[in-house]
Every structure is written in C-alpha cells, then in structure tokens.
Design a protein around this ligand. Structure first.
Ligand code: NOJ
Length: 557
C-alpha cells in the first residue's frame, strides 16, 4: 500500500498545490516500485481547515485537486497497471460547510439531529467559560464543543471546530453515508481507509470523563469504541458490500488494543479488513502527556509492542505495518539516524524490519527514498492546524519558544507533509512555483531522481523488499517469533511455516555490533537480502539481513 498525500505529491498546474493530474503523471514510478494499492488522502471538496479531512461534499473533487474526471482517469490508469485505489473516507465528522451541517444549524431543521447538539451544562450560562455540555478536550487543542449563539446550543467536534461530529445514532445519517459510499464503489474504487472510525459510536448520554490538570478530559477512551461501534460497522459493511465485494476496508482506530482489533478485523465478523493502530508510535512521549512531551523511545519497547500485535492478530485479523504517514514525523529521523553517514542505511534497515513482518506494509510518499523531517526552525514555517494550535497554547502556558520549536521539529505533522522531493531543482520538481509548504532543504541531495540513479539507494532496497514479499508466501503466512527481546540494539525475528524459515536480523544502532549470541545458525543459510554488500561475522551499524534458514531446496516457498 502506497499512501499519497495529494496536496504534497505533484503539482501539474503550477498553483503551488499537488493535484490529481500530478498523481496520474507519476503512476509509472509507483508501478516500477511494485506498489499494489494506492491510498489517496482526501481529495473531496473541503474548506481545508484540516487539509481535506473536513469534507463539505463527499461526491465531488475539490477544484484544488482537479475534477471528478481526473479521479476517473486516475482509477482507470491505476487499474490498467493492475493497481487498486483506496479512498480516504472521513465518516466521524464533516466540515461545518457541508450542507447537512448548514441545515443542522437551524434547530427546527430535520437535520438538527444529524450532529451532536447539546444545551449548556445544567445551571450554567450558555456561552460562558465552563458551560460546555461535557469536559471533553478536542484532539487538536481546546475544548471539543463550539457554541452557536443563534440557537444557544453547542455542537461537538472531537477535532477542529470546523469538523462537527456526525450523529451515527440517527439511521438517516448512516443511510446517507452508506449510499454515498456505494456510489464510489460503482465509480470503481477498490476500498476505503476509514478515518478514526472507532469514534463513530459515542456512549450516551454524553458525560464528563476524568479531568486532567487543565480541567479537561483528554482520555480518548471516553469517546472511542462506543457501545454501538461494531453494530454500525457491520451495518456499513453489509450495506456497502465491503466483504461481499472483497473491498479493502482499512480502519484507522484511535487507542485500539489487540483484543479489540482482533475482533474488528476478524473476517468472520464482517466488520473491517485491516487495522491502523498507534501503540507502537506512542513510545516516544510521556505516557501521561501529549505527543509533544518528548521522551526517547526504547527499542525493547518497540519490539515488545510490535511483537504483541504480530502475535495478537495472527491467524485471525490483519495488521497494517507502518512507521510513517501524513500524521507522523519521518521514520528515518524518528527511529533511524538521519545524519549523512547513516541516513540511507538506517532507512533501509527500518524498512527491512517492518516489511518482513506479517501484515500489509504501508509506504508513505517519500519514505521509499528516505526523506527526513522538515528541519523547520521558525514557527511561521508550520502550516498544520494541530501544530499551530499546540504552539499557540504552549506559548500562552509559558513554554519557551525554543522548547516549542524542538517539539514541533520532532513531532509536527508537517515533517511528513513537505512536498515530495522529485529532483534537485529549486522547488524539488514538485511545482514550478513556491509550494504551499516549504520543500525540505535537503531535496538537493535526497530526491527521486538521485535515488533512481543510484543502484544502492533506499528506493532500490524498497523495491527488493516488495519483490521478496511478492515472491515468498512465508512473508505473508509465516508464524512470527521475536528473538532477543531484551537486546536494546538488535531487532531479530523468525517467520516460519512448516516448510521454510526466514531469519531477519537488524542492527538498530549507529555502532557496529557483534553477531548476537542466541540466534539460529546461519552457516548453511541463504542470504536473501542485505543492506551491506559484504556480510561479515558481526553486524555493521544499521546493517540488516534476511536469511532463509536450512537447505535451499525449495527457493519458491
Ligand atoms: C486522522 C487523519 O489521518 C488526520 O490527518 C485527521 O486530522 C484526523 N483523523 C481527523 O480527521
């Protein structure tokens, strides 16, 4: 699965913003990499408060990205090349500009109940501080309720005030959403990536949750996995024909744990196909604080969490394997070593480790060439609403500007949103004009053209990994066994079927390592893939290898 964030992928018409014809123009690049499925972040009509995750018309393309005909062309061209298209589908909320919400603002409208409207808290004056119906914080800062002076009531928005939550309790809402999705299926899309899908059912009546130091409830558990979640998703699956038509159903799920994901992605339950989970990306901040409260992660924790998901879903559900997307910093800067000496090697080793696991690997645009964090040094460079809100609130609370900048440099979503670095030209080959978000200054060295010209690049390593997955069924089906769980530098595991066993061994550090004791014997093993041209007795810094163990009489398994 290759994720395209269309705003930052390729600008074909010189308006500083990526677009659909830009994507169509790059399909050979994706096909050569070996991509099977493209996940397209939202291209629907939107006021772009949250870069398209605030939809004002589910059935049309925003003029920034092109026209519906361009989307039809994309679908057709992908299909011609044997690739599929997964559309992002944001069903928890719309934009405030959606006609449903505009109507809903009128208390007498039949659409009033399509969203969560509530009066002020008992014995408070509507519109005054603390009068909000519950103490919930929004995921993007501030409170989750916006006051509407015209009706004297509040509406719920778990994200920005521009993203009001839809009321899935109302069957008309569900029917309207399902009908809309059926029309996309008719149009030829091959599946959906369901945005924060486990927020669609809320526990009624909406009530206060445990309050943090600021008096607000930041516990996503209060709003996630509500009592009717499975019922709603099953109804959606049935109504849209997700299982019946074998459509891809990727569920992004906030705060989901292994037991829940096991149920949600079990094909017998006809709910979702794959789970986008977060536990492995929650290890580099204070466990009780927000993502901005930086803390170094420990490899043993990452291994423990990934192993728990591997073992937990084995034989039942299905993992999405990812380290990057448009909401996360660049993985080589976060988990690897993005210094010139080790950037490419560490990007390759992260990829080896991830892609040989069980599940569907997701590559986020630019990850396959080892793009790094943005390297922004001033607040003005950040455009993301979450980052801007954080900076404003943190500065107001007395955090120093340098600490705010350090947190943003490590965690801002804009790290992954800088335009795709296609070549070394002034705007990275993304656009002929100054793009909407600054290009990464290192595009002069790290770019697609340079990667394609260098047989030893991160790009060719990804290509090999994808080819291996396509060739070796054991990568899809093999049982996972974590080795050396307590080693804080080596990530090693086995993938085994009755016929064949793979050993993956990776040095996740910038120092060479001895060959670890406790690994299976590799003296008769076949080395299938290596980040380094010469395999020595130990492991070089950021070296990773994939071996097939034992006699090599069935290379096809
Ligand atoms: C998850 C999306 O990936 C993110 O970009 C968005 O801001 C939120 N959901 C809200 O839709």
């Amino acid at each position: 699965m290759y994720q395209i964030y269309p705003r930052s992928f390729a600008d074909s018409n010189g308006d500083a913003m990526g677009d659909l014809p830009g994507v169509v123009g790059r399909l050979d690049y994706l096909a050569d990499l070996g991509v099977d499925v493209v996940w397209l972040s939202p291209v629907y009509r939107s006021p772009m408060d949250d870069n398209g995750y605030d939809i004002s018309d589910y059935e049309d393309v925003d003029p920034l990205f092109g026209r519906l005909a361009d989307l039809d062309a994309l679908i057709a061209r992908l299909h011609q090349r044997g690739m599929k298209l997964v559309m992002d589908m944001v069903l928890n909320h719309t934009s405030v500009e959606h006609p449903w919400f505009r109507e809903s603002r009128n208390p007498a409208s039949p659409k009033r109940d399509w969203y969560y409207w509530r009066p002020a808290r008992h014995r408070t004056l509507a519109g005054t501080p603390g009068a909000e119906p519950t103490n919930w914080a929004s995921f993007f800062g501030g409170r989750a309720w916006a006051y509407d002076p015209t009706s004297g009531e509040y509406y719920l928005h778990l994200y920005t005030p521009g993203q009001p939550d839809l009321n899935w309790e109302n069957p008309d809402v569900r029917q309207a959403l399902f009908a809309m999705m059926r029309r996309w299926v008719e149009r030829g899309v091959d599946g959906f990536r369901f945005d924060c899908i486990n927020l669609i059912s809320k526990t009624l009546p909406l009530a206060d949750g445990p309050a943090g130091p600021d008096g607000l409830c930041h516990d996503a558990g209060v709003v996630a996995d509500g009592p009717r979640f499975q019922e709603f998703v099953r109804e959606m699956n049935q109504s849209v024909g997700l299982s019946e038509r074998d459509l891809l159903a990727v569920g992004e799920m906030v705060l989901v744990d292994v037991p829940k994901a096991r149920v949600y992605t079990n094909p017998d339950n006809r709910e979702l196909g794959l789970a986008i989970t977060f536990e492995h990306l929650e290890l580099d901040h204070d466990p009780n604080g927000p993502k901005w409260s930086l803390k170094p992660y420990r490899l043993v924790d990452l291994k423990r969490v990934l192993a728990a998901w591997q073992n937990g879903l084995a034989g039942v559900g299905w993992n999405c394997l990812y380290l990057e997307n448009h909401d996360q910093p660049r993985s080589v800067s976060r988990f690897g070593d993005d210094s010139p000496q080790f950037r490419a090697l560490s990007a390759k080793t992260l990829a080896t480790t991830l892609h040989m696991l069980q599940g569907t690997p997701f590559i986020y645009q630019g990850e396959e060439i080892g793009m790094t964090n943005a390297g922004f040094t001033s607040l003005e460079q950040y455009k993301d609403i979450e980052s801007q809100n954080y900076a404003r609130e943190a500065l107001a609370a007395g955090t120093s500007e340098s600490d705010v900048l350090a947190a943003l440099a490590a965690k801002s979503r804009d790290n992954a949103r800088t335009p795709m670095s296609w070549d070394a030209s002034p705007f990275a080959g993304f656009s002929p004009v100054t793009p909407w978000l600054e290009v990464n200054a290192n595009h002069t060295e790290i770019n697609v053209a340079a990667a394609l010209a260098d047989q030893d690049s991160v790009y060719y390593h990804y290509r090999q990994l994808i080819a291996l997955r396509h060739e070796l069924p054991v990568v899809t089906t093999g049982k996972f066994t974590l080795l050396l769980p307590d080693d804080d530098r080596i990530f090693a595991y086995l993938r085994s079927t009755d016929e064949v066993q793979l050993l993956v061994v990776a040095n996740w550090s910038s120092m060479p390592a001895e060959w670890p004791a406790g690994l299976p014997d590799v003296s008769t093993a076949t080395l299938l893939l290596n980040t380094h041209s010469e395999a020595t007795g130990g492991l070089a810094a950021w070296e990773s290898r994939v071996y097939r163990l034992g006699a090599n009489d069935r290379p096809d398994l």
